[in-house]
Design a binder for this molecule. Structure first.
Ligand code: ACO
Length: 308
């Protein structure tokens, strides 16, 4: 028994903050940000209009519609987020209520930028066991609310958004490899009532060393070679990190689609937003072999390989 993605969706806040906008409030430049990260702009929530719940709900509605289902067909809602406005109730329950999916079980997963990937693996476990038939996995973040906008070393990186997909049982296998390095957790922290602190170089080293390893591990488990992969949909942390991972795998950078230039790093929302854009643009088509890989605070990481 395997699983497949039935439909994808995404939602971004309307407001766009460009590097030139940031230059008005901090000592930075478009050139520095682009050269070090590949980021040109990011979307951010304003006032109380958009929250991680409204963004996640909009992305979920689009994914359910693309799947050809109704909210009442969803058995389980998994929400990956590390920027929930409230400690209780969890965002998954708020999205369940907003969708009118009262029959679905619902809970959150906090694994930062690897959260969506880990959510997919949880969905795969439940679907394979026969416990549920249709699972909605959402990655939704309002990182702009927890960053220190006066810290030019971290504020330039992040954006807000949400992505979702509906997964169901099928014959095609998803293979996963997951891990964590809790001892490295100090590299990226955010305490209650505080803002994000980051050792950028430690995060960079972690990502560039760990991600090629976990991708090779998942390919070995699936009995595949890197050259057989059509596309790598990676967490959009930084263009230089993606370039280094491509080199580590000895794979051409053309196989690594990105959207970081326009949306920045949206933590757990990065992978599902990019996936949705690629599917809707016809850049991922049925039958392609796709690797997804996430990595972030924790430190958490994981990869999966699937046939779309
Ligand atoms: N604009 C201009 N100058 C800056 C900026 C900025 N926005 N930020 C830092 N600088 C300066 C520093 O003050 C420093 O100046 P100094 O030499 O006079 O002291 C200089 O630029 C170099 O700073 P570094 O921190 O060494 O810059 P680095 O080359 O490491 O780039 C960066 C910083 C982009 C954060 C890099 O370390 C990185 O990409 N790390 C990965 C972090 C990441 O992706 N985090 C995402 C969250 S976790 C995740 O998603 C996996």
């Amino acid at each position: 028994m395997g699983i497949k993605i039935l439909g994808t969706g995404s939602a971004l806040p309307e407001k766009v903050v460009t590097n030139f906008d940031l230059m008005k409030t901090m000592d930075t430049s478009d050139e520095w940000i682009r050269e070090r990260t590949g980021i040109g702009a990011r979307h951010v929530v304003t006032g109380s209009f958009d929250t991680e719940t409204t963004l996640g709900t909009n992305a979920a509605r689009r994914a359910i519609e693309a799947a050809g289902l109704l909210a009442c067909d969803i058995d389980l809602i998994l929400v990956a987020t590390c920027t929930a406005d409230d400690r209780l109730p969890c965002v998954a329950c708020k999205i369940q209520a907003a969708l009118g999916a009262g029959q679905a079980a619902a809970f959150d997963i906090n694994a930062a930028c690897a959260g969506f990937l880990i959510g997919l693996s949880v969905a795969e476990g439940y679907l394979s066991s026969g416990a549920f038939a249709n699972v909605l996995v959402v990655g939704t973040e309002t990182v702009s609310k927890i960053i220190d906008w006066s810290d030019r070393g971290s504020a330039i990186l992040f954006g807000d958004g949400a992505g979702a997909c509906v997964v169901t049982r099928s014959d095609s296998a998803f293979t996963f490899a997951l891990g964590a390095d809790g001892e490295g957790g100090d590299a990226l922290r955010c305490s209650h009532n505080s803002t994000v602190t980051m050792d950028g170089q430690a995060v960079y080293r972690f990502a560039t060393r760990t991600v090629p390893k976990v991708i090779n591990e998942v390919l070995a488990k699936a009995g595949m070679k890197a050259s057989e992969v059509d596309k790598y949909v990676l967490h959009q942390a930084n263009m230089r990190i993606i370039g280094s991972i491509a080199k580590g795998l000895k794979e051409p950078i053309e196989k690594f689609p990105t959207n970081i230039e326009n949306v920045g790093n949206m933590s757990s929302a990065s992978i599902p937003v990019l996936l949705d854009e690629l599917v809707r643009d016809g850049k991922i088509v049925a039958g392609e072999k796709i690797v997804l890989a996430g990595f972030g605070a924790g430190l958490t990481y994981g990869a999966c390989v699937m046939e779309y």
